[in-house]
Design a protein around this ligand. Structure first.
Ligand code: COA
Length: 414
C-alpha cells in the first residue's frame, strides 16, 4: 500500500470512532508516531485495560472503582478503600472487620528481617530501606514464587500491605521487636503510630492521616504502577515487583516530590522570597517540585482535598504560635501556589498532591526523608490491586520496542 493510501485508510478508520475523546486520543498518538517515530515517556500510550482507577484530566476527576476519591476520603476508611481496590467493591461491615483483623494480625515482620533492618546503614534513605526490606520478606515466604492462585495472591497482598508501616517503624526505632503485641483500633492508627506514636493518640490526626492515605491509594498507569506491572508481567513474585515499584516511587519526579517540596519551602525561607525563587528556577529551567502533572490539565483533586479539608484544620495561626517555623512554611506555600498559578497556569500547571501532603506530614512531626514512605504505605494497595488484575489478564510479558540509533554491525579487527 502506498503512503497516501495508508494515510487515507487511517483517516477513514478514525472517522469510524464515535467517541470524540477517543478519536482525538488516537489522532494524537498517530501524529506523535509519524512525527517522532516513538512515544517519549510513553505519554498517552495505552498499555493495559484496567478497572482499578480512572482520571479525567480535563475535569480534575479521580475515581477508584468508579467512586470519586474525595467521596471515599470523606465517607470511608482507608481499610474500606483497600478492600475496594483489591476486591472491586466496598466491603460489608463484617468484611471490613475481617480485613482489619487480618491486617492487624499480619503486621509483624519475621525476626530475621527485623534484625537485618536494624543493622542497615542508618544513612540509607528510608525508601531504599523499604525496597530492600520488602525483598527480604521473600526469604520467609518461599511459596510466593507461585503466582497463579488468586486467593493465595490476595492474602499475600494483604499481608504485605499490613507490613509496610512495621518496616518503617522498625528502621526508625532500630527495635527488632517494634510494636509486637501492641493493640490498635484501626490500620491507620497503627500506620501513624509507626511514624509518630504521639500523634497516633489524637483521633482527629488519625482521621486526617487516614484520609491522606486514601488519597494516595491508586492513580492509573503512573510510573511506579507501570514498574510493578512490568516486573509482574515476567511472573516474578510479589516481593520483587513491589520492591521495584518502591524504587520508582522514590524518584523526585514521582512520589519523591513530597520530600523535595518541604525542603524547597525551607530553603526559600519565607513568603517574601517566593517571587525571586520562582523566577530564578524558571530562568534556569528547573522544575518547581509539587507542581505539574502528566494527566491533570486542571487542579489535582487530591491536592484540592488536602487544601480544603486537611490543611485548614491544622494551619490556624493562633494555634501555631509556638511553632513559628511551621507557620512560615505554610505562608511560603500559600505564596508559592499563588505565584506558580500566575506564572504557569497558562501552561495548565497547578500544584499536585505532593505540594500539600508534605506540609501535613511536617505538621505531624515527621521528618521529610520519611514522607515518601507514607505515600508507599498507601500506594502498595494500588500496586497489589493492579497485580491481582494482571494475574487474571492476558498474561503477556511487557516487551516494547526500541528505535535503534547505535552503530551498524562492526567487527573486531586484531
Ligand atoms: N515546574 C516548572 N515547569 C514545569 C513543571 C514544574 N514543576 N512541570 C512541567 N513543567 C513545564 C516543562 O518545563 C515543560 O515546559 P515546555 O513545554 O515549555 O518545555 C512543560 O511544562 C511540560 O513538562 P514535562 O516535564 O514534559 O511534562 P511531563 O508530563 O513529562 O511531566 C511531571 C510531568 C509531573 C513529571 C512534571 O510536571 C514534573 O516534573 N513536576 C515536578 C515534580 C513533581 O511534582 N512530581 C510529582 C507528580 S504527582
Amino acid at each position: 500500500m502506498t503512503e497516501r493510501k495508508i494515510e487515507d485508510k487511517i483517516k477513514a478508520l478514525l472517522t469510524q470512532i464515535d467517541d470524540d475523546e477517543q478519536r482525538a486520543h488516537y489522532t494524537r498518538l498517530i501524529s506523535t508516531l509519524l512525527e517522532k517515530g516513538y512515544f517519549p515517556g510513553l505519554a498517552e500510550v495505552p498499555v493495559v485495560k484496567s478497572a482499578v482507577s480512572h482520571i479525567d484530566g480535563e475535569k480534575g476527576l479521580l475515581t477508584y472503582r468508579g467512586y470519586p476519591v474525595e467521596e471515599l476520603a470523606e465517607h470511608c476508611s482507608f481499610e474500606e478503600v483497600i478492600y475496594l481496590v483489591l476486591q472491586g467493591d466496598l466491603p460489608l461491615e463484617v468484611e471490613l472487620l475481617e480485613l482489619r483483623e487480618q491486617m492487624l494480625a499480619e503486621k509483624d515482620i519475621p525476626l530475621d528481617v527485623a534484625e537485618s533492618i536494624v543493622r542497615f546503614n542508618p544513612n540509607l534513605h528510608p525508601m531504599n530501606m523499604l525496597s530492600a526490606a520488602v525483598l527480604l520478606l521473600e526469604g520467609d515466604d518461599k511459596e510466593s514464587c507461585v503466582v497463579n492462585n488468586h486467593w493465595a495472591n490476595l492474602n499475600r497482598a494483604i499481608g504485605l500491605i499490613a507490613k509496610f508501616p512495621t518496616i518503617v517503624g522498625t528502621f526508625l526505632t532500630k527495635d527488632p521487636h517494634f510494636a509486637k503485641g501492641k493493640q490498635f483500633e484501626t490500620f491507620s492508627e497503627y500506620a501513624l503510630y509507626c511514624l509518630n506514636p504521639q500523634q497516633a493518640k489524637l483521633p482527629e490526626m488519625v482521621r486526617m492521616f487516614d484520609q491522606s492515605l486514601t488519597l494516595h491509594v491508586d492513580h492509573t498507569m503512573n510510573n511506579s504502577t507501570f514498574s510493578a506491572r512490568a516486573v509482574g508481567s515476567s511472573e516474578a513474585g510479589i516481593y520483587a515487583l513491589i520492591s521495584s515499584a518502591i524504587n520508582s516511587l522514590s524518584g523526585p519526579l514521582h512520589g519523591g516530590a513530597n520530600e523535595r517540596v518541604v525542603k524547597t519551602l525551607e530553603s526559600i525561607g519565607g513568603p517574601d522570597n517566593v517571587m525571586n525563587a520562582v523566577e530564578n528556577s524558571l530562568e534556569h529551567h528547573q522544575k518547581i517540585m509539587g507542581v505539574g502533572h502528566r494527566i491533570y490539565k486542571t487542579y489535582d483533586p487530591r491536592a484540592r482535598f488536602f487544601k480544603q479539608h486537611i490543611i485548614p484544620k491544622i494551619f490556624i495561626e493562633d494555634q501555631l504560635s509556638d511553632r513559628p517555623e511551621l507557620w512560615r512554611l505554610y505562608a511560603t506555600a500559600v505564596k508559592l501556589e499563588a505565584v506558580v498559578t500566575e506564572k504557569l497556569g497558562k501552561k495548565k500547571l497547578y500544584p499536585n498532591v505532593d505540594f500539600w501532603s508534605g506540609l501535613f506530614y511536617r505538621a505531624l512531626g515527621i521528618t521529610p526523608d520519611y514522607f515518601t514512605t507514607i505515600f508507599a504505605i498507601a500506594r502498595v494497595a494500588g500496586w497489589c490491586a493492579h497485580w491481582l488484575e494482571q494475574r487474571e489478564g492476558d498474561g503477556k510479558i511487557y516487551r516494547p520496542y526500541q528505535l535503534y540509533v547505535g552503530f551498524d554491525t562492526r567487527h573486531i579487527v586484531r
